[in-house]
Write a protein that binds this ligand. Structure first.
Ligand code: EPU
Length: 345
């Protein structure tokens, strides 16, 4: 049997909660993966684990956890103005961003310090400071476990949306991303339109990408807890989108509400909703809400992921009763979920 059994996942999730995988398969090449396809496909429950930075285990995973170890960064096309780079799915996202920017290949600088792997970046279309991965991605190569084929999807075929893509919609365990290609530019064209950057740099497109990268790192380090120091999974919830009518009604009751127009509606700053409900910095047992960014739940030493999920549900119900808005988790909830029996939480 090439699959490990009862594999401890504690160090493979940035919430650092305790969980085990019933079966676990680590592979380091596409050929190796293809060689085990029949066995892999015999599992009904499959989960692809990258950097474990967007997942909350609320129990052991009953099924097969796939753990790719696919590395390599190669320039596959280059002109005077552009490069196309092919990157193995398991490369660390932030290190990739820094390496490219330092080499003079631009477009990724606003996405610095996002935890996780390159292969996870298209799954939830990671984004920050006015840029999303869909803005620089050329194609995604993946194995479709339903058909057993190695496929490529163009940017358009990835069906990107806010923190969403075809890979997320298909459900975990259908596609295993193996490689991603990015179109980067050699001519600096920075995007400083997002408020925290425009207030420093103005809307100038002439700021050096390296300066933008450094500033993004500073802003993130000031607001967002470093998972290695204070375990977390970034924004726990998505920013909810509501109708114009709902937004106007809320704005009347809460004049300081922060929201951005999107499509025909408005995207509300979920961090503001939670903060304004008085929950920022709140602590319950060994779990809490970060003191500088209310959208981030933090683990203060708890090993039971169910208690983090329980706090998340309390946040959801408070926000629903105060504003009539449903918060949807951005983080994936996985593992067998049984209500905790721990007293006093
Ligand atoms: N705000 C508060 N109180 C808070 C948190 C936020 O009032 O506790 C206000 C802020 O002052 C700001 C607004 O809400 O006016 C938005 O906050 P912020 O700029 O921090 O961004 P966000 O909407 O909370 C999103 C992404 C982050 C990304 C930032 C920067 C989502 C779910 N989150 O957060 O992504 O880094 O924008 O672009 O879209 C992640 O996905 O894990 C993540 C960290």
């Amino acid at each position: 049997m090439v699959f490990e059994q009862q594999k401890q996942l504690d160090l493979l999730n940035t919430f650092k909660v305790s969980a085990r995988a019933q079966y676990f398969y680590q592979f380091s090449s596409v050929e190796q993966l293809m060689g085990e396809l029949d066995k892999i496909r015999s599992f009904d429950n499959r989960l692809v684990l990258g950097g474990g930075s967007n997942i909350l285990f609320v129990g052991d995973y009953l099924g097969l956890v796939l753990y790719p170890q696919l590395f390599g960064i190669d320039i596959i096309e280059e002109t005077d103005k552009h490069v196309c780079v092919s990157v193995g799915a398991s490369e660390n996202w932030h290190e990739f961003v820094v390496t490219m920017t330092e080499q003079g290949f631009y477009g990724l600088e606003n996405l610095a310090l996002i935890p996780g792997t390159v292969g996870a970046s298209p799954v939830q279309n990671i984004g920050a400071y006015g840029v999303e991965v869909k803005d620089v991605l050329r194609l995604v190569e993946c194995v479709d476990l339903n058909s057993g084929e190695l496929l490529t999807f163009s940017n358009h075929e990835c069906e990107f949306d806010y923190r969403d893509s075809r890979f997320k919609k298909a459900g975990q365990g259908r596609y295993i991303v193996t490689r991603v290609e990015f179109n980067l530019t050699k001519t600096p064209q920075t995007n400083t339109s997002y408020q925290p950057l425009s207030s420093i740099f103005g809307d100038s497109a002439h700021v050096s990408p390296l300066k933008v990268l450094k500033k993004v790192c500073e802003i993130r380090q000031a607001k967002l807890p470093e998972p290695k120091v204070l375990p977390n999974a970034g924004s726990f919830f998505k920013n909810p989108v509501v109708t114009k009518q709902k937004y106007e009604q809320l704005k009347e009751s809460f004049p300081k509400l922060i929201a951005y127009p999107v499509g025909g509606g408005f995207k509300l700053a979920a961090g503001w909703l939670i903060d304004n409900a008085g929950l920022k910095g709140m602590q319950k047992g060994r779990v809490g809400i970060h003191k500088h960014q209310a959208l981030v739940l933090v683990n203060l030493g708890e090993s039971d992921g169910r208690l983090i999920w329980q706090l998340a549900k309390e946040v959801q119900s408070k926000v629903a009763s105060m504003y009539g808005v449903d918060l949807e988790p951005e983080v994936r909830i996985e593992g067998k979920s049984i209500e905790p029996t721990v007293q006093g939480v």
